[in-house]
Design a protein around this ligand. Structure first.
Ligand code: AMP
Length: 191
């Protein structure tokens, strides 16, 4: 199995690049943000509870997202591999993911990080907010809060995977196609 994590701060381009990679490598896309928004859309209790965190730019509790990822993986057990987008976002999530993949007799192949500076991210997300309809793309305060959650809770994961020689950082500024080529180059080097 080819199991990739697309890593990076909010607005780095993880969703855009995931869409391209799932087509090229025939992978299943797991975006915990998309799964949470779908729960919200369906009006489930989980969706409503999660939305209180999302609207403030805070992370949803680990147990909630880990459970969602587990369900998704179990219902797509035939997949050739997964691309994780927006998950894991904390060290306990990364540890739980290792354990889940172990149960599938597989592991993370590599972690590709899209590196973009904070001011560019704020600009991109405010622009996206004009059309995305996402509650968390509307104000600079919420966007900066998401970025600070990223620095405090998510960035330590980079070290977790660097220690396993699985992390590769890529410049996330530039043409979508060029960034995609760069990602494919890394993936093809292990695939
Ligand atoms: P995203 O679409 O990945 O930008 O996620 C939007 C929001 O959903 C985040 O700001 C969090 O509130 C929540 N969320 C998504 N994925 C996770 C995760 N792995 N852990 C905790 N919260 C998450």
């Amino acid at each position: 199995m080819l199991n990739l994590i697309l890593f990076g701060p909010p607005g780095a381009g993880k969703g855009t690049q995931s869409e391209k990679l799932i087509a090229t490598y025939n992978l299943k896309h797991i975006s915990t943000g998309d799964l949470l928004r779908a729960e919200r859309q369906a009006g489930t209790e989980l969706g409503n509870q999660a939305n209180e965190y999302i609207a403030k730019g805070e992370l949803v509790p680990d147990a909630v997202v880990i459970g969602m990822v587990r369900n998704y993986m179990q219902s797509h057990a035939e997949a050739a591999g997964f691309i994780f987008d927006g998950f894991p976002r904390t060290i306990p999530q990364a540890e739980a993911l290792d354990q889940m993949l172990n149960e599938f007799n597989t592991s993370i192949s590599m972690v590709l990080g899209l590196e973009v500076n904070e001011d560019e991210l704020v600009k991109r997300l405010l622009l996206r907010g004009q059309t995305s309809g996402r509650v968390d793309d509307q104000s600079e305060e919420t966007i900066r809060n998401r970025f600070h959650e990223y620095l405090n809770k998510t960035l330590p994961i980079q070290g977790y995977y660097s220690d396993q020689n699985k992390y590769h950082g890529i410049n996330g500024l530039g043409e979508i196609g060029e960034i995609n080529s760069e990602l494919c180059k890394w993936i093809d080097s292990v695939n």
